[in-house]
Write a protein that binds this ligand. Sequence first.
Ligand code: 7RM
Length: 672
Amino acid sequence: MVRSVLFSRFTDKFFAGFKNRSCLAEFRQFTSTTFPELAEFGNISSHEDLHKFSIQRPDKFWSVLARSRLKWETDFHTPMDCDFRTGKFNWFLGGKLNISVNCVDRWAEVDPERIALVWEKDEQGEVENVSYSQLQDMVGRIANTLKQAGVGVGDVVALYMPISPVAVASMLATARIGAVHTVVFAGFSAEALAARVEDSGAKVLITADESVRGGRRTPLKRTVDTALEKCETVKTVLVMRRTGAEIKMKPNRDEWLDECMLRSSPICAPKSMNSEDPLFLLYTSGSTGKPKGVSHSSAGYLLYAMVTMKHAFDYKQGELFGCVADIGWITGHSYVVYGPLANGGTSLLFESTPVYPDPGRYWEMVERLKINHFYGAPTALRLLIGYGDEYVTKYDRSSIRKLGSVGEPLNQEAWHWFHSVVGEKRCDIVDTWWQTETGGVAISPRPSAPNAPLSPGKPQRPMFGMNPVLLDEKGEEVQGLGVSGSLCLATPWPGIARTLHGDHQRFVQTYFSAYPGYYFTGDGAFRDEKGDYQITGRMDDVINVTGHRLGTAEVEDVLTEHDNVAEAAVVGYPHEVKGEGVYAYVILKQGVNLDEENIRNELKLLVKSKISGFAIPEFILFTPGLPKTRSGKIMRRILRKIAANQMDDLGDISTLAEPEIVETIIQKHQKK
Ligand code: 7RM
């Protein structure tokens, strides 16, 4: 095991012993795969009974778990006070706790040497382990650094950094002092970063000199400098040293994080927070151009993340949980950081890519680190299928117990490859359906349930406390089996998002107005003959490119910023590897006679610089017009069909203002 000099300062030197305080006996029941706490309710002998109970009595179900699995400073008096109609969600009112105590201190106290984080750096074979006591030390030092920078309760701290123990400790440090973090994926451009920082009102931003992925370095600090030219709120920038590259530091604003940590005490008293105080904001794409700052609570979010992690994957303490997501996404929040740590588990931080240095990276890592749960994205699996099975089979995967998937539908081919080639038909596939807004897994095969057969390509069954329903256009629940509808959730759960930052109205409008009395997911679903759920895709203008959520309106906004563009319409189309690809229809302004190829390249660069590489359109088709209704609404349905080469299935186009334009577009599409 190789350790970087910089990091070992924190992992070797500063760890004092820990006194064993006797508050933890009750948390030791994690080894059971069911819920021993619920025994008092009697008559619960199967998972089906338990699920039924959890949705009939969510107050009882969740408050018993909240008391047994979280460590409270003050007990709560009101389990829940929720209303789908007004978008009001309160859980565990009156309760006080600190999230970092729940994720770190309580484990550091009983078992200081237990490994919390295993950092698999981009450089293959370079691994750093961080124990719970080491993590506690880092969290304390960063928390004190943040306090020094003037961060207080409720203030927002933005993170724009690669996945690393310091990044995880930074998230926990904000929680320790009652501040709110917002992690911005370090692949986003300066503009995208600026928009998120500005909307959040962050005071402090934590970044790194550079990031390293797939052997390539990206100058994060330089991007931060560009972003901050435009936003005023950030007063302090803390810079983690990742590569040691020489970078410009702005006086009175920028400080090296490692130097601040060395100067700071590792002891920082945890702030006692209310259950409902916000823990973090995470920006995600919706159907309009402006990304929304999804706000999550403290107690309810943590409980939901930890319970779903334990029961969807049947996680047992001592196992290495390998979720390869980045902390910039909700999957990283819930299943790299909060779920694993709240369960006292050991979590992998994967900094690299599935194809670096070659397409065997995941499986070589599985063999070397003896990973027990591998949780990844369908798009990465589809990419790897193309390289052949030898990259998998030459490594020993016998440590793996469960294989998980998230982010988009796991198609049949990928499911079978994952199951047979990777898992040697030995491991359950956990196809987890959920969203940034649900906080944790909502529908999943739940392999910890005995006698639960798997059904390829379907997330299948609701988690405890989850009550999925299918609604028709009239808003009526569709009953029975073999039926489809809009996927809604009918019973409140503790992990649901609480609001959209600064815009509760938009929160209510987006999720609770289409079907009053329900949470609308934006997805469609099918309930098969066995009652298992299958996701049929988004019902709004959100597309899913390589597992990244992207609003088509976001891309349109960027394209129309170009001087020569009059109008743009963007749709997704099925893409073998990416899941969906971006297809842009663009109308150029009158009299533009520039070379189309030039404009195309400029538009691609523009999207890359304003959003991110994954949002770049695969196809840009220049067209003299778009199919519009008489009221001027673009009929995206038609554009989607053309992009997917389903020209003979366009449906009724007679309501268009100018139906002829469809033929023109088809011809151009076929020539492209
Ligand atoms: C965790 C996450 C949410 C959207 C969601 C779906 C799609 C996610 C699955 C899936 C089919 C799955 N959060 N989605 N998981 N579709 N099967 N197992 O991805 O907020 O970024 O995206 O992703 O459309 O609404 S997210």
